[in-house]
Write a protein that binds this ligand. Sequence first.
Ligand code: PLP
Length: 417
Amino acid sequence: MPGSGSFDVAAVRALYPALADGHAYLDGAAGTQVPDSVIEAIAAAYRGGIGNLGGTFAASGRSVAIVAEARAAVADLVGGVPEGVVFGPSATALAYRIADALSRSWTAGDDIVVSRLDHDSNVRPWIQAAGRAGVTVQWAEPDLVTGELPAAQYAELVGPRTRLVAVTAASNAIGTRPDVAAIAAFAHAPGALCYVDGVHATPHVPVDITALGADFYATSAYKWSGPHVAAAVAAPELLETVWPDKLAPSSNAVPWRFERGTLPFADLAGMTAAVDHLAELAPGGSAGASVSVGASAAARTRRERVLASMTAVEAYESALFTRLLGGLAGLDRVILYGKAARRAPTAFFDVAGMSPRAVAEHLAARGVNVWDGDNYAYELCTALGLEPDGAVRAGLVHYNDASDVDRLLDGLAEIAR
Ligand SMILES: Cc1ncc(COP(=O)(O)O)c(C=O)c1O
């Protein structure tokens, strides 16, 4: 329902200066554009003067405040608490950092479970850590026809010695949103931890890490209109039990001890602005959304506004995705991968007889930005027989509109009908 209800896509698009170049930005799954408010927040941090943490002067205090505000913002985005928000340069770096720390308590005979649906950043760090610890790796398999990751298989995969289950909240290739809550429940039965990759899910749906059962939830701000900085969110009580490698003089406190070196203060200011931007997309929710719209937007907490907004975003993107899928279905030579019942608005497809790169080049020449390749969904693409070229990915985010979709479909019609 582009432009309908309380989700005003034209108003949203006007907030993004990069969209003025007239391209159809369908590459959001690889990184979104940023609104003026984020650009301004980053510039304002530098203009206002920032210093390193712990100094005696005002600029140092401003950085302290920026970090605290960013922790609170990310906590509001995913339903965590600020003391459980760990920052890092990327979700991949955080996964390696946490895998390294957690695996120190693993011993031979233990096992972990990873999935073949996941981005490699939630696979390889765990496999490599397991290799060092002498721990067995079990694989959860997606159904290659439907794209579903059946939760029931975890009943067999998780055993008494399982220490960790790593699973994605949404596939960055075929969009599948597995039943993470059910998978986490299987993990928790013998006391294993559940590490959830929320990088692809966070821009598309309201997130509640408690409801998901995520012991760790990773998210990257550059996928939701923010700068290139990431967070892993956990309960502070859990973080207290984990000791990563760290420098001797750096803080032993949680979450600080997980953060290596100096934080990117200006980017963190931008991260907060990005959460505020999401919270303002449709703070009253969309028509028909289950979120209460009784209280005025201003009187509601940012967490409430985030939930209302993301509920509206999900409804908006879902309607636009239906248009995209309908159009693809009408193109004889398009081969679409995955048709999971619950999925992020991300289409992964080939045009028969053409390489993904050639399709992407054809579309780029028409001002349509799509990705080609495996998108690091390496195990999935291997299982689908798509390595090394992968396929074409067109992903929607909240600033895409019907004209973006129609331009993609028009461009494809020239080569795929
Ligand atoms: C689902 C998913 N997980 C993890 C990552 C890696 O994120 P980062 O670039 O922050 O390491 C990506 C990036 O594309 C992703 O889509």
